[in-house]
Ligand binder design. Sequence first.
Ligand code: F6R
Length: 242
Amino acid sequence: MKVITSHSYEELSRKAADLIGAQILIKPDCVLGLATGSSPIGTYQCLIEDYKKGRLDFSKVTSINLDEYEGLAPDNDQSYRYFMQHNLFNHVNIRPGSTHVPNGLAGDIQQECARYEEVIAREGGMDLQLLGIGVNGHIGFNEPDSYFPAETHRVELTPSTIQANRRFFEKEEDVPRFALTMGIRAIMQAKRVVVIAYGSAKAPILKEILQGPITPNVPASILQLHPDVTFFTDDESMALLK
Ligand code: F6R
């Protein structure tokens, strides 16, 4: 496990983007597992910058996103599909048909989860998985629980996640209560994992993730078992670690 600590969000974002750029360079047809939320926004901006300078080519890249809220249409500005379009896909030359996000409007959610597992299997899993971490230690929307959920599934969001995501919605009632998320197995089977954890809000959980026991109560703690994981952190998120 590697931990790379930066002094600013900009520096951290550039370093994470450089790693992802290197992945695309060495395997142009790579499969990237992507995340939404505030953590990767700066990284996506750097990747767009690199693409615009002609340094990166997304034309053969496939992306598979971690999760989506249940009940939100792709054009809802709070949906994760919308987030990805606006923060990355619309600005680079990735083929639209090669970007995958769970369908939050699927009539049959179980079937949609099974379909998503098939997409992951068909693409041969992720070469690189990008993650943010929840203040409760979730990865994707795999919330703290008594076991690690293996496959893509429907999840009831915890009060802590609803509270953390409240900032993106007008009212708390608007925050969806359910989501679809990739399971822990596909995340852990990614060949490389890149985690972004910045800011003081992540400091307590980051200490548990890196130094605590591996427990489904802190889902991201399982990353201790991954053979190639890099945490991009900043001084604030590292404040409680020696
Ligand atoms: C997003 C996702 C979540 C976020 C996490 C951190 O696709 O799966 O696990 O990465 O909630 O969110 P931010 O980055 O907003 O602190």
